[in-house]
Design a protein around this ligand. Structure first.
Ligand SMILES: Nc1nc2c(ncn2[C@@H]2O[C@H](COP(=O)(O)OP(=O)(O)O)[C@@H](O)[C@H]2O)c(=O)[nH]1
Ligand SMILES: [Mg+2]
Length: 370
């Protein structure tokens, strides 16, 4: 608050002056009668005047064009009123939404609600958890509620089977020639996963080869080359779409070709597009978007959006050992409807990989916490 002093002839004049000069919020703090000399230096003659001390509220925070205008205060009181209305509205909506939950609670058995909570506690969105639990439940006429169809683990598995697509028959379906390409953000574990998949496919008695698409010539291919050498698998590097097709031609007598891709960053939209000519009109191609499970859910969604300029067939989740928010993973699957091919669970090649399997997925949410 600013303090000002004003000399006036009467209290009436003071009130008017204060209002005119400083607006209705200014207040008279005190008054005092003072003698004003009519001739400087001489005590006489003099005139009595009223000295008023005024308090003016600070206005520094207001935009300059509003300063000194009375309607500033009206605006503020209007704003206060709107704010009060907003607060009331939010309170009302909150009360209504908690009413929404009550029918849900009374709709399910305690067991089903407990399971739903376990899913939600690991990052699963409520709507996804509800869809899975709905598929795990049947109506219990005695309880008059939805209850899990069987024992918790089996019920969850059933629920997952109906809501979360997977490629659990992947191994059985490796009959015709296929080109399996992994795309996704840099550093998620594509190269490592290609090596693990190559091992699994070779163990199935299939002839498998690996091509690395490295159009930016930045990635070290040594890692994969060393691995394919040990396993005695054919290995090629392609830096142009034309070279890529030549490599496929050379390896076309194999059963399966795995394709690793290298990139600088998933934020680089243009570079994702650079992959399009490599994969254009390529028969028998399957593209798997690879993402690490330890990413924030929003980052995962943003990454898949960037890569969806490519025709994605399924999902691979890496670094499952580095998260407990498995719910994020299933949210992504549920929303994209893309089936899961596999999960990777550590750095060790070739061991740390689990092909998509409902026992494994159910176990993520039900295993005893360490
Ligand atoms: N903890 C953990 N690390 C992994 C896993 N998969 C790969 N990595 C590591 O992640 C890093 C990047 O892997 P890389 O295959 O080069 O990723 P790329 O850039 O997508 O090809 C390496 O240090 C890998 O050992 C996994 O499942 N769990
Ligand atoms: Mg790589």
């Amino acid at each position: 608050m600013k303090i000002k002093k004003l000399l006036v002839n009467s209290l009436q004049e003071a009130v008017e002056e204060v209002r005119n000069l400083y607006g209705p919020e200014a207040t008279i703090l005190s008054t005092k009668i003072v003698k004003k000399r009519l001739i400087p230096f001489l005590p006489y003659p003099y005139r009595s005047q009223l000295e008023v001390t005024i308090g003016i509220p600070d206005r520094e925070d207001f935009p300059s064009h509003l300063m000194g205008h009375e309607h500033v205060y009206e605006e503020i009181s209007k704003l206060k009123e709107s704010l009060r209305e907003v607060v009331e509205l939010v309170k009302k909506q909150r009360a209504e939404s908690s009413e929404d939950i009550k029918p849900i609670e009374s709709e399910y058995s305690l067991r089903a609600l407990n399971l739903m909570n376990k899913l939600i506690n690991k990052g699963m969105s409520k709507d996804v958890a509800k869809a899975i639990i709905d598929a795990s439940c049947g109506y219990d006429y005695e309880l008059k509620k939805l209850d899990l169809k069987g024992e918790t683990f089996e019920s969850l598995k059933m629920g997952l089977e109906n809501t979360i697509p997977t490629l659990r028959d992947f191994k059985e379906n490796l009959i015709d020639f296929k080109i399996i390409a992994l795309v996704g953000p840099t550093g998620v574990g594509k190269t490592t996963t290609v090596a693990k998949l190559a091992y699994i496919i070779k163990e199935l008695g299939k002839k498998v080869g690996v091509i690395t698409i490295d159009s930016y010539r930045v990635s070290a291919v040594q890692q994969l080359m060393a691995f394919t050498n040990i396993m005695e698998l054919p290995f090629r590097t392609a830096d142009t779409p034309q070279k890529f097709r030549e490599c496929i031609g050379e390896l076309s007598s194999l059963d399966i070709i795995l394709v690793d891709t290298a990139g600088r960053s998933h934020y680089d939209n243009l570079r994702v597009k650079e992959l399009i000519p490599f994969f254009n009109k390529l028969p028998a191609l399957e593209i798997y978007f690879t993402v690490s499970a330890n990413m924030d859910e929003r980052v995962m969604v943003e990454a898949i959006e960037r890569f969806s300029v490519l025709p994605i067939n399924g999902l691979i989740f890496t670094k499952m050992d580095e998260t407990v928010y498995y719910g994020y993973v299933l949210n992504l699957v549920y929303r994209t409807k893309l089936p899961i091919l596999c999960f990777t669970t550590g750095q060790r090649v070739p061991n740390d990989i689990v092909m998509a399997d409902y026992n494994y997925i159910a176990g993520l949410f039900l295993k005893v916490e360490e």
